[in-house]
Design a protein around this ligand. Structure first.
Ligand SMILES: Nc1ncnc2c1ncn2[C@@H]1O[C@H](COP(=O)(O)OP(=O)(O)O)[C@@H](O)[C@H]1O
Ligand SMILES: [Mg+2]
Length: 310
């Protein structure tokens, strides 16, 4: 197996704070990897170490086969990056912006090449408009065009869809899938659980600098029982205690009880406990577990807009 990124025991400390805590990461070449976590989890720190922007405190990291601490010069021209909160210069148009950055990268794209790149990210209609008139989604696409100027083998996207509306997010997903189709590797960060589930080949859940779970979304969901039984209304805290006593790592969502269940036997066991309570409940159903269920189970709290809820 060839890895585009490999880290071993990667640590980054800011004074007393350990922002990245013994991170072991492997990103397969040609895949989309999502580093998923709430604000402050250490995503940007980890990504910027891998981009050669920040230095690591301890451990090892290899990017495209080269050691980031010693041999970064050899990989710099082979990566592209969209930083978190990227903002283009207000007065430059997308076409001027791409030409400007391409000169900075020492690539000096021709005008037709810059136009083709902007067409590829879906900005053909907006190439001549000053960037201050672009929407959030268009600015993100422009950022991706810049990141693609070096024709990178490896693309870093730090929160490429944060703050975008659902349709703009989907367009960015399509772009990212297109980048993978061209054989490039993508490491992206996100705090959107659905984004990681839909877009990524592999997901790493980062919590307080630690990788608390890693794998294909499907695997993570299967490992966490696969399905969730939802008992609506009525069962409440007493119901939760009953199923917990049966050994299920259940949780309460208002008055509803959510129980991860692997198979019908487990479902019967959980329902038996609830029936014994003799408290009527409104309805029940099972559904496929989501990455959000997995996250809740591992981290113990819900994440909304990148913030952990109590
Ligand atoms: N340059 C810095 N100096 C000190 N602390 C920092 C610095 N950059 C990030 N941190 C802290 O490190 C932790 C991880 O931050 P960050 O990597 O930005 O997380 P994320 O991208 O997941 O939101 C946070 O507690 C943040 O406040
Ligand atoms: Mg960040």
């Amino acid at each position: 197996m060839v890895y585009a990124i490999e880290t071993q025991g990667l640590v980054k400390s800011y004074g007393a704070l350990t922002a990245v805590d013994h991170l072991d990461l492997t990103v397969a070449t040609g895949s989309i990897y999502a580093l998923l976590g709430p604000n402050g989890a250490g995503k940007t720190t980890a990504v910027e170490i891998l981009e050669g922007i920040r230095t690591l405190s301890r451990g090892r990291a290899r990017v495209l086969g080269e050691d980031v601490a010693n041999d970064y010069a050899r990989v710099r021209s082979r990566i592209g990056a969209l930083p978190q909160d990227f903002e283009p210069f207000d007065r430059l148009s997308p076409l001027e912006t791409v030409l400007y950055w391409s000169r900075l990268f020492g690539r000096s794209l021709s005008r037709p090449d810059a136009v083709r790149l902007l067409e590829a990210v879906g900005l053909q209609e907006r190439m001549g408009v000053p960037a201050l008139r672009l929407s959030g989604g268009e600015k993100r696409k422009l950022g991706m065009a810049i990141a693609l100027v070096p024709e990178p083998e490896l693309l870093f996207l730090d929160e490429p869809t944060t703050g975008l509306d659902p349709s703009a997010r989907r367009e960015v997903w399509q772009l990212v899938r297109g980048v993978r189709k061209e054989g490039r590797t993508v490491l992206l960060t996100t705090h959107y659980l659905d984004e990681a589930e839909q877009l990524a080949d592999d997901v790493g859940i980062l919590h307080r600098g630690r990788l608390v779970a890693e794998g294909r979304p499907e695997e993570l969901i299967a490992r966490n029982a696969g399905r969730t039984l939802i008992v609506l209304g009525g069962a409440g805290a007493a119901g939760l205690r009953e199923v917990e006593a049966e050994g299920f790592p259940a949780r309460l969502d208002r008055e509803d009880v959510l129980v991860p269940v692997a198979d019908p036997t487990e479902m019967r066991a959980a329902l038996g406990r609830l029936a014994a309570l003799r408290t009527p409940f409104a309805d029940m159903y099972t559904r496929r577990s989501s990455l959000e269920d997995v996250f809740l189970q591992i981290v113990g709290s819900r994440m909304e807009e990148g913030v952990l809820q109590a």
